[in-house]
Design a protein around this ligand. Structure first.
Ligand SMILES: [Cu+2]
Length: 532
């Protein structure tokens, strides 16, 4: 008999599709009710998948940026400047729903996608043009975090570094690997709001976007003639997908429960902020960048035709080698780049991307798989064939070495709940209290322990990636997708995870927090500082 706990541990999801169906009556083409009942009816597959446009740089920023506000500015002098105006607009999540008020970077949801390159530092100005008189959920005050950029503290979107309406904040992204180590190069990042106490509301209001990094191996060119280039599917075949579950009021406006401090589950799945869209695909390979945008739902993604996907990365980090998987589990903020190959599909086939992970209101995922699962996105296999010069390399990026002699400090972080608050080591977050002082140039071992019994906490550390030393006493083995660099790790009930990380390059304050953003806001977060 399969125990519930077994399903919550890493790696076991891969074989879990052989479980007996829990909901044998689930219909792939019908609307599946989720945990937040009451959204108006929507017909699935009416919308085509929206693809956020690429952001374009501007010639100059006015007023000019102040180099003295940034660490190592002249060393990583920005080559490109971007101006992102954060605006209140309306958006249609579905053709059968009326436009509803949202906030968008550049006035769109998701915000525009960055294509950034290593060795090409950029400066991004986020301007707050939100209405100061806003009514409803969300606070018109922004702190933008590039998750998980290797970013100087003052550009990292520290929760109290916010800009109110009429103000802006400049973010300097060096686009330089941690410790100048090529093994630390990242690929799929995203930017989102991190305003103290209001991250959940502002993210649900729409403040998210993709930031994709390229380098000499992952070049974004599938016809690259450099023999070392990965030549992964690129251009129109490299598709970012952000998943949310949302709820709507009877009048079609977005719903939110400001009194919920545990976790909000919507009854409509959106992909790139369209409810259950369809996407026409050619019979070839695609790179999909899967991102769980939250706020609180966990997913296990699988394909309705039973085909496997090839997982390239875990969070923003390439694996040492690609791994064929039957499904991908993502907690809020986790990412996975996967290859889906449609070359064996028949013209006219409809293939569904399914969420199979069961989660009920007020709790984390149960660990049970719903079979066949909730259809989230429909792939329509097109009638015309397209050339496919892309490939899946055998080797991606080696893992950075772990040298335990560099470890100067071990720390234990206990995650628990008391009286509507979510605590770390028994404390609420305080922007002014330093919970860990870390010497630059050192490494540390941290242990995360979940002392709760119902919620899984996706624990996210800013700035530096970590590697899992032990998951409940067991080291991830070769072929395990969690033998990887990570920036967010799912800490299930009673789980204990031990990680290794280095602290390099920049000084200042950062945070570690639960990325169920309702827990983050109430107030499961700590401050840690890198000091000389
Ligand atoms: Cu949590």
């Amino acid at each position: 008999m399969i125990q519930r706990r077994d399903l919550l541990t890493w790696g076991s999801m891969a074989g879990a599709s052989s479980l007996a169906p829990r909901r044998a009556n689930a219909q792939l083409c019908a609307h599946e009710p989720l945990a937040f009942p009451g959204s108006p009816r929507t017909t699935p597959w009416l919308s085509t998948l929206p693809i956020p446009p690429l952001i374009q740089p501007v010639q100059r920023l006015d007023p000019a940026p102040v180099p003295g506000n940034h660490q190592r500015y002249s060393e990583f002098e920005p080559k490109l400047f971007y101006d992102v105006n954060v605006q209140a607009i309306t958006h249609r999540f579905h053709p059968e729903l009326p436009p509803t008020p949202i906030w968008g970077y550049g006035g769109m949801v998701p915000g525009p996608t960055f294509h950034a390159r290593y060795g090409e530092p950029v400066l991004v100005r986020f301007r707050n043009s939100l209405p100061a008189s806003h009514v409803g959920f969300g606070l018109p005050s922004i702190a933008t975090h590039l998750h998980n950029g290797h970013t100087a503290s003052e550009s990292d979107g520290y929760p109290s570094d916010f800009a109110d309406p009429g103000h802006f904040r400049d973010h300097h992204y060096a686009n330089r690997p941690a410790g100048d180590d090529p093994a630390e190069i990242m690929s799929t990042l995203w930017y989102h709001d991190h305003r103290e106490d209001f991250t959940a509301q502002n993210v649900v209001r729409g403040l998210t976007g993709f930031y994709l990094l390229f380098d000499d191996l992952d070049t974004g060119n599938e016809r690259d003639t450099n023999p070392k280039a990965f030549r992964l599917p690129a251009g129109a075949y490299d598709v970012p997908l952000i998943f949310h579950d949302r709820a709507f009021n009877a009048d079609g406006t977005m719903a939110y429960d400001v009194f919920n401090t545990a976790g909000i589950l919507g009854d409509r799945y959106t992909v790139n902020n369209a409810i259950q869209p369809r996407f026409e695909v050619a019979r070839r390979k695609y790179r999909f960048r899967l991102l769980n945008g939250g706020p609180s739902r966990f997913y296990h993604f699988a394909l309705s035709n039973g085909e496997r996907m090839v997982q390239l990365s875990n969070d923003g980090n390439m694996l040492p080698h690609p791994i064929a998987v039957s499904g991908v589990t993502l907690s809020p903020a986790e990412r996975a780049d996967v290859i889906i190959d449609f070359s064996n599909a028949r013209r006219g086939d409809q293939i569904f991307l399914l969420n199979q992970l069961e989660q009920t209101a007020g709790e984390g995922p149960t660990g049970h798989l719903m079979l066949p699962g909730d259809p989230v996105l429909r792939f329509d296999v097109a009638s015309n064939d397209t050339a496919d010069p892309s490939r899946i390399p055998e080797t991606l990026r080696p893992l950075p070495r772990i040298d335990m002699r560099e470890v100067k400090q071990e720390r234990l972080w206990k995650f628990d709940y008391l009286n509507s608050n979510w605590l770390v080591n028994g404390k609420l977050f305080d922007t002014a209290r330093i919970d860990a002082m870390i010497k630059r140039g050192s490494a540390e071992v941290w242990t995360f322990r979940n002392e709760g019994t119902t919620w899984s906490h996706p624990i996210h550390i800013h700035f530096e990636e970590f590697q899992i030393l032990e998951f409940n006493g067991r080291r991830p083995g070769p072929g395990d997708v969690n033998r990887a660099r990570k920036d967010t790790v799912r800490l299930g009930p009673n789980d204990e995870i031990k990680i290794f990380m280095r602290f390099r390059d920049f000084l200042g304050r950062y945070v570690m927090h639960c990325h169920n953003v309702l827990h983050e806001d109430h107030s499961m977060m700590i401050r840690w500082d890198v000091v000389p």
